[in-house]
Design a binder for this molecule. Sequence first.
Ligand code: ADP
Length: 558
Amino acid sequence: MKTERSNGFHVIPQPPALYVAAVVLLAGVYFVTGKLGLSLAFLNASASAFWPPTGIALATLILFGRRFWPGVFIGAFLVNFTTQGSLWTTLAIACGNTLEAWVGAWLVMRFASGAKAFDKLHTMLSFVGLAGVVSASISATIGVTSLTLAGFNSKPFFSVWLTWWLGDFVSAFLVAPFFIVWLNKPISLPRPVRFVEALGVCAAVLAIVGFVFFGWFPDEDKNMPLGYLALLPLLWAAFRFGVRGATATALATSLLVLVGTLHGYGPYFKADKNASMLFVQAFIGTMTITALTVAATMSERRRAEEALLRNEAELEKLVEQRTARLQQSVAELEAFSYSLSHDMRAPLRAINMFTQCFVEDYGDKCDQTGLDYLKKVRSSSERLDRLIQDVLTLSGTANHQIQLQPVDTDKLIHQIISERPEFQPPHACVAVQSPIHSVRGHEASLTQCVTNLLSNGVKFVPSGTKPRISIRSEAQNGHIRLWFEDNGIGIDGTSKDRLFKIFERVHGEARFPGNGMGLAIVRKAAERMGGTVGVESEVGKGSRFWVQLPAATSEYQI
Ligand code: ADP
């Protein structure tokens, strides 16, 4: 016996005895349910609008393999042989029923993902189209044609055909999905809350069906047009319990609706019993397709959400990995620039020193032009040295670990001013509005901030104006903001955002020499101390730079 792959199933070679037992079992179930179906055949003894065997046969062939078709053939043969017709009509009907199941199973396996058809909306609809519309036509056409040709049908061909077809069609997407979705994966025990909710669905089905199709509540009208109410618990089941909930509820509701209608209740009851059956089947069919559509849509949505969550997690991991790699590259680059800058200072100092020596020892042997050239060599090498120092400061600010501790800001600022003549009269007037609040920071880093801000304050002033800088502090929410207000040329609004980036300059090099690193150093130093920086300014109205750092003690906390 060959191994066959049926969607999600590896059908293992089985001993013939087991295969025979399975075929006999299928034939038995087909026979019993077929007899039950034919007990509701009102138009022609062989054509019933209620035909569960179609769904059972289809589910079996999809789940376990099409080689079990003999079970369908034997079952169908026996049902019809014990009903009406000759040996030939019975054989023809059995062939039609077997073909219906075999072709239906093949089409579903080939074009509708087999047992997984109900996981997606488009495969579910393909299932209904292929296993329902197409394969049910095979059985109905062969069956009714052979009965009519052999003289066992006195009713209009199309009426009998429609009854037969509708029974098989509804069974294909009511009974088959139920067995497929409940048997193709293991069933796990529901959580107690879910179990209670499932009981709620059952209660709703019973209440609505009892009310509309069994006349549980006293009412004169036994046939109130309220059949659509049965859709409510079905949608509930489909939304909350997926395809399994939808198929189970649809099957249970359908059976109850059928029984109720046969007893003369509900909107689909008609004096003509076959008409009643057709109406009920049309109702059941519509209801089931709606529920399956909702359930398939929900399960598609759930899977999409799960995939999205998985993607998000993967993306986060990827970003983390890339960030770590980037940080490593930046650290390596910073270390490289630090060592390069460091090594460049020695030859620069040599150039400077030897130029100085040359001027001192041989200056009298040079004419004025030569001396001017040497002066330019010195000033250029001094500028390059300052640039390298700034690069070193910036790399050092980024690389070295610092210890945060309380810093007496007031004392530090006064000390910086006293050490630098350019911050003192007559060059400039720096007013400190003491006492300046102490901060929690790092003295060397804070010195870099203050020095750079003061240097800029005295540098960026209109020519002929004496630089005036006022320093004050402000406590807010556990932080101290240090303000540096100057009477300089100011900065236009659009440039403010980029000032703190490295090498960004707003004003021309000719009037205000510099390398664009001062404010970058201020920002890095402040950030390393857990602080922030900013500026408020207008062209021609001076600038107010600020550095905000954590307060030294909790006394300023609000
Ligand atoms: P540098 O001073 O070497 O040019 P900075 O990074 O310290 O570099 O400053 C960047 C730019 O920000 C300066 O070139 C200048 O255009 C502007 N700037 C900084 N401080 C002031 C200030 N106090 N007043 C006006 N412009 C300023």
